[in-house]
Design a protein around this ligand. Structure first.
Ligand code: AHR
Length: 631
């Protein structure tokens, strides 16, 4: 293969190589990254979302003291057509305390003493005399940690707001709202947010989780999935337009992963998060077809792919073009104006878009993909379009997907593979052989089915190969990203969390070390692997250069139980300093980071004296990053 060389002899690496894959799986969004603390705030949960769910899931009807009254779910005159349900509370006699409802959040509402929480509710009073609404945060025994009183006035839907400051820290609190006066009141969108969200964004993200993600230093964020992007039926395609604008006007829907997505974390919030952490946005839209495993078969190769009727493809294509306008268009454009109305007049700088996710290569898929692809190329040649080649790393859809992509000159395709550590070790040369004249690669989802140090090291070894092939592999993201304890649907994941703690896996430590130490050029021949080592099954190494600092970054991976000797020759680089920074991730082969022991395997930084030529003994089961300063 012919590969461009830089003056220093290095091979250019994609500037966006290591990023992240975000999908609302494992309660990653609602109950996870999205900071909303009230579950089912808009009474839109439905039996189809999850067995036994209904509009009152997570809610309890309260009649306290000697109050009498009733509560019902209504839909006759909603706040917005896309948010059709609300509750009607009828208080006949509020004796002593009142009647209302209580929400238990996502496994309880976590509160911290000394912090403030923003409560809001949309209310519509049907009776004439104002009705006081007592809002309380309660501990599990019912003790009040904070309270305030709002007043619902006669008239149309109105939003009422209050700030609450709990007197104690509580992991599993609840929110109670009691009407303490006689009357009939409609309620919707009962919401509670910590005031401290990531970068203090309104309708924002959970600060600790978002920071953990930011600390990976991802160059891009892919969203909203995964399978979630194309859904398991036409009625379940992810419709980005229904996820922007005021939250009370967004359309929640069944999450393909068997729960409910409120769309509170929608396209605006995704773009904002990308900007906040300096990552490029990479939205993936359905290629006008749903997942082939639609219809509940969940069998790879299933035939349940549902298609947008050809007659509707123009409108569907327009939706995708509008997405580019929403991200990049001037404020004078219709969708640019909506972005500005949401508080972001400046464009978000969208440069990538994915079309399709692991789709079966049916004629229906191809026809729709081509319509979208052609329209995007015509109208937005500045955007890099990423096609899909099925669930890899090989197979019929993979081969046909590649042939189709090359036939259309698709600039990049999305490969996915979940394989064993051994597969990652023995496939280290996978991209060395790729034809550089064809489509580039986005390794959109990969993982080695485990969270032990050994799994993480197999991924690290593979990542050195991604760097070596950073001219053809343009982007890569581990998947899935987030998993909530007790709601984990996919094993294994990168970052585990509860309502109050975050436990990044050992694999996270690897991703972070690569994210923090990305380079602009790859330099072959600098590292010589241990004599006799089977390069593709036991050890791996890379040498990259960061153009800005001039630093040379060596990554040395040892996946076996004996120390391994690497030889390093830096003579080709002029002006390097010898005072290098060394970071080592090592431990027992099967070690994991858990909630009870979250720091079992952590990177350790020490100084290291490098030389023009030196040998380095890598500890058993280790990843070493050596950063030799350029100036
Ligand atoms: O990452 C979990 C799932 O794996 C994704 O949704 C899908 O694209 C893949 O099959």
């Amino acid at each position: 293969p012919v590969v461009a060389q830089t003056a220093a002899g290095g091979k250019p690496i994609s500037p966006d190589l290591f990023g992240i894959f975000f999908e609302d799986i494992n309660y990653a969004a609602d109950g996870g990254l999205y900071a909303e603390l009230v579950q089912n705030r808009s009474f839109e949960y439905a039996p189809g979302d999850h067995d036994g769910w209904n509009p009152l899931t997570s809610w309890e009807f309260l009649r306290e003291g000697f109050a009498t009254g009733s509560l019902s779910v209504e839909s006759a005159a909603p706040l917005h057509a896309d948010n059709p349900h609300y509750v009607q509370l009828r208080v006949e006699t509020p004796f002593q305390k009142g009647a209302g409802l209580r929400n238990v959040g996502f496994d309880g509402i976590p509160l911290k003493a000394g912090e403030k929480y923003d409560f809001s509710v949309w209310a519509r009073l049907k009776s004439s005399a104002a009705v006081p609404l007592l809002v309380q945060l309660r501990d599990p025994k019912g003790a009040v940690l904070a309270e305030t009183t709002l007043s619902a006035q006669a008239g149309e839907w109105q939003q009422l707001r209050a700030t609450l400051a709990p007197s104690a820290t509580e992991a599993a609190a609840s929110l109670a709202v009691l009407a303490t006066g006689k009357g009939v009141v409609d309620l919707d969108m009962l919401s509670l947010f910590p005031q401290k969200t990531f970068r203090n964004r309104p309708n924002g993200l959970r600060a600790d989780l978002a920071q953990t993600i930011a600390d990976l230093h991802p160059k891009f964020i892919r969203f909203p999935g995964g399978c979630l992007a194309h859904g398991d039926g036409l009625d379940n395609l992810y419709d980005w337009k229904k996820t922007v604008g005021p939250v009370e006007q967004r359309k929640g829907q069944r999450n393909i992963w068997n729960y409910h997505q409120t769309a509170g974390l929608g396209y605006f919030e995704y773009f904002q998060f990308c900007e906040d952490i300096g990552a490029k946005p990479l939205p993936v839209v359905a290629a006008g077809v749903s997942c082939q495993n639609s219809g509940g078969t969940w069998k790879i190769g299933g035939t349940g792919q549902q298609c947008v009727p050809i007659a509707d493809m123009q409108a569907y294509t327009q939706d995708v073009l509008d997405l580019v306008e929403y991200a990049n268009g001037p404020v004078s454009s219709p969708w640019g104006a909506k972005r500005a109305a949401a508080g972001h007049p400046k464009p978000f700088g969208l440069t990538y878009i994915g079309i399709g996710n692991e789709d079966k290569q049916t004629p229906e898929f191809r026809e729709r993909f081509k319509l979208l692809y052609d329209a995007m190329r015509r109208q937005h040649p500045e955007i890099t379009i990423i096609g899909t080649v099925g669930p890899g790393p090989k197979g019929e859809d993979y081969d046909q997907g590649w042939a189709f992509a090359n036939q259309l000159n698709v600039p990049m395709v999305d490969e996915h593979y979940y394989e064993t550590p051994r597969w990652f070790m023995t496939n280290n040369k996978r991209y060395d052989r790729y034809d550089r004249s064809k489509a580039k690669v986005y390794v959109g989802e990969y993982a080695s089915w485990g969270n032990t140090l050994y799994h993480a090291l197999a991924e690290a070894a593979y990542m050195t190969a991604l760097e070596r092939n950073g001219d053809v592999v343009q982007l890569a993201s581990y998947a899935p990203l987030l998993a909530k304890e007790g709601h984990t649907q996919w094993k294994t994941d990168l970052i585990y969390f509860t309502n109050t703690t975050v436990a990044p896996s050992v694999n996270y430590q690897v991703q972070q070390l690569f994210g923090q130490n990305q380079g602009d050029t790859y330099h072959a021949g600098v590292v010589t692997l241990p004599t006799g080592a089977t390069a593709d099954t036991t050890v791996a190494a890379s040498c990259v250069r960061d153009a800005k600092s001039g630093d040379i970054i060596l990554k040395l991976v040892n996946t076996v139980a004996t120390p391994q000797l690497f030889s390093i020759d830096l003579t080709r680089f002029a002006g390097l300093k010898t005072a290098a920074a060394r970071t080592v991730l090592t431990g027992p082969k099967d070690a994991t980071n858990t909630f009870t022991s979250p720091r079992t395997v952590m990177p350790k930084a020490t100084a290291y004296k490098a030389a023009k030529r030196f040998t380095y003994t890598a500890a058993p089961y280790s990843l070493t990053v050596l950063r030799v300063p350029g100036r």
